[in-house]
Design a protein around this ligand. Sequence first.
Ligand code: AMP
Ligand code: MN
Ligand code: MN
Ligand code: MN
Length: 301
Amino acid sequence: MGAAPVDSLPFALRRGFYNETVKFSNADLHCHSTVSDGTLAPSVLAQRAHDHGVALWALTDHDELGGLAEAREAAQALGLRFVGGVEISVSFAAQTVHIVGLGIDPDSLVLQGGLCQIRNGRDLRAQRMAQDLESRLGLADVYAGALRYAGNPALLSRTHFARYLVEQGVCRQTHEVFSRFLTPGKPGYVEHQWAGLADALRWISAAGGVAVIAHPGRYRFNATEEWALLEQFKALGGQAIEVVTGSHTAAQYRKYADLSLEFGFHASRGSDFHSPGESVCDLGRLAPLPADVVPVWDLLH
Ligand code: AMP
Ligand code: MN
Ligand code: MN
Ligand code: MN
């Protein structure tokens, strides 16, 4: 009699069948390049990931796949295992939620079309953000100023505005900008309708990828809303959540490890690295996943 098919085994026992788990313990499956709001080019990130001992790496630019070819080529040249990724902006329960897609096919027309729709909404939002900052802070040419920081004009984001406000001496650091501006209720914040959760999951699935809730600890949901997000995400075919990320505390690693086990989600690990000068957590420099979770890389072969 042969071994039982892996899929018939209880969820928590499956990981024993993947000896590569150990090999990929330094996986970093979330970061940004100049194609979205990072400051390093995809090939520079590949080198940095390699230098930091990353064994499995994903580039996950916001709403954009344009950096994946360069990233894959650079990773291949370094012998670094690469996974194509994306971080999709979604509106859920009146907040913005980020859904990472891992192992996606960048040639998927469904995914490309969906992301193109999201990018198209960014420009008007950016113009409104600029107007609000100009009228409330007495600054000039904020749109043009932010655009100078955007490596990809189709992806003007709050981060680029934050860099311009630092340049203008309004704040000393980008994370100070986000505590005083650009967030709900503060100058420069503009309500925006992103993709629906179901849309994002449909696009990721059409591209053959695994959907992951990014940095779940960062949202301002109450417990009921958070539970609803996890339940709806699961009902829509979502398979993983980030447990260890640059934006979680150690207590949150444990909280989301427990939630991953409770919901039967795989667990992901990613720095969310954007820039050497801005990001607290660098590529590959994160705590390991807790030993009892089921790593998302089990799904990525
Ligand atoms: P956007 O997609 O234009 O709404 O910009 C979102 C980006 O702003 C995130 O991906 C982060 O890079 C950045 N961001 C948001 N909140 C903060 C924060 N509190 N500190 C630093 N960066 C932030
Ligand atoms: Mn970002
Ligand atoms: Mn995010
Ligand atoms: Mn991110």
